[in-house]
Design a binder for this molecule. Structure first.
Ligand code: NDP
Ligand code: MG
Ligand code: MG
Length: 341
């Protein structure tokens, strides 16, 4: 069983005694900054010149500085820019301005695990990674609850890195729910595997193959959309509430029997072998290298794959059908229709 931390295991005054610079004010950055501030922590936000996020942070009353100036003031620097830009921001603006002995905190282990960032020996290097998107991290905190966090220490220069990590986790509300002790390696490898094999890659491909199979067999795309995409949410909600068992309990006996006899035909043992190959490429750094090399070249492969995905017929069908369902939240449509991920 994993080692767990809760509010009583952490001392909030440690982080309250630090000057914290949060670099980036996106999904995680805005949630961490606001939760820290509301926990009585001295926070400033570091953003690039001309940043789109600056007005949002200032509207919340936060002090916004350049990355360099925010880092110069801080004894804890929280790196919450997108993973693919972290090493450039670190090399150009963080490392040259870092106060001696200042600690570094990450929300994901990618740049440390794959050596894109190599911190000085004198810095504590810690991770507090919420297991949910930033808007949930903020909303739960405001409601007096929290989103569980993974907590890790890669480098304990001060001898106090764990106490600092737990104090930070408490300040963003994570220890109200619970913190799980992990390592940068475990967090990074499992996070990449989960999103590639199951959550994003696996689920998207399963939905598209199901839709294509029905449409190619002559069924109407609108009907195929409901069966293969829309209803997935109902199934996943049941799994989240009560595991696979609750899903099987809730569906009809016909559906449950079909689950047992056809699930292993569709997702056969070769799929597990493919998953093992995906995991191997994560562990040996091949995936990280492919992603970062492509990003460094201006992301040609990424952009091509994104355009190809957006052109799949299931998307056009879905856009029309969602208009029929007033309860489906399409508030964030504009964000992704523009292709901003
Ligand atoms: P976002 O893409 O939401 O954050 C973007 C922010 O970084 C914006 O404020 C952006 O400014 C700023 N930024 C971009 N480039 C630079 C730069 N060169 N210099 C300074 N600031 C810059 O990131 P996420 O919150 O999704 O991810 C942050 C970290 O958290 C990552 O390590 C990620 O893996 C991790 N994480 C993310 C989760 C999530 O749910 N999103 C969950 C758990 C961990 P501008 O507005 O100007 O573009
Ligand atoms: Mg991830
Ligand atoms: Mg059905």
């Amino acid at each position: 069983m994993a080692e767990m931390f809760y509010d009583d295991d952490a001392d909030l005054s440690i982080i309250q005694g630090r000057k914290v610079a949060v670099i980036g004010y996106g999904s995680q950055g805005h949630a961490h900054s606001l939760n820290l501030r509301d926990s009585g922590v001295d926070v400033r936000v570091g953003l690039a010149e001309g940043s789109k996020s600056k007005a949002k942070a200032e509207a919340e009353g936060l002090r916004v500085l350049s990355v360099a100036d925010a880092v110069k003031e801080a004894d804890l620097v929280v790196i919450l820019t997108p993973d693919q830009v972290q090493r450039t921001v670190y090399a150009n603006e963080i490392q040259p301005n870092l106060r001696e002995g200042a600690a570094l905190l990450f929300g994901h282990g990618f740049n440390i695990r794959f050596d894109y960032i190599r911190p000085e020996a004198g810095s504590d290097v810690i991770m507090v990674a919420p297991k949910g998107p930033g808007h949930l991290v903020r909303r739960e905190f405001v409601d007096g609850r929290g989103v569980p966090v993974l907590v890790a220490v890669e480098q304990d220069a001060s001898g106090q890195a764990w106490a600092l990590a737990k104090s930070y986790a408490k300040a963003i509300g994570g220890l109200r729910a619970g913190g799980i002790k992990t390592t940068f390696t475990e967090e990074c490898e499992t996070d990449l595997f989960g999103e590639q094999a199951v959550l994003c890659g696996g689920a998207s491909q399963l939905v598209m193959y199901g839709f294509e199979t029905l449409v190619e067999a002559g069924y109407q795309p609108e009907v195929a959309y409901f069966e293969c995409l829309h209803e997935l949410k109902l199934i996943v909600d049941l799994m989240v509430e009560g595991g696979i068992a609750k899903q099987r309990w809730s569906v009809s006996d016909t559906a449950e029997y079909g689950d047992y006899v056809s699930g292993p035909r569709v997702i056969d043992p070769s799929v597990k072998e493919n998953m093992q190959a995906v995991l191997a490429d994560i562990k040996n750094g091949a995936f990280a290298k492919r992603f970062i090399d492509d990003q460094d070249a201006g992301a040609p492969e990424f952009k091509e794959l994104r355009a190809k995905g957006a052109a799949h017929p299931i998307e056009a069908t879905g856009r029309e059908l969602r208009k029929l369902m007033a309860w489906v939240d399409t508030d964030r449509d504009s964000d992704y229709v523009e292709g901003s991920a």
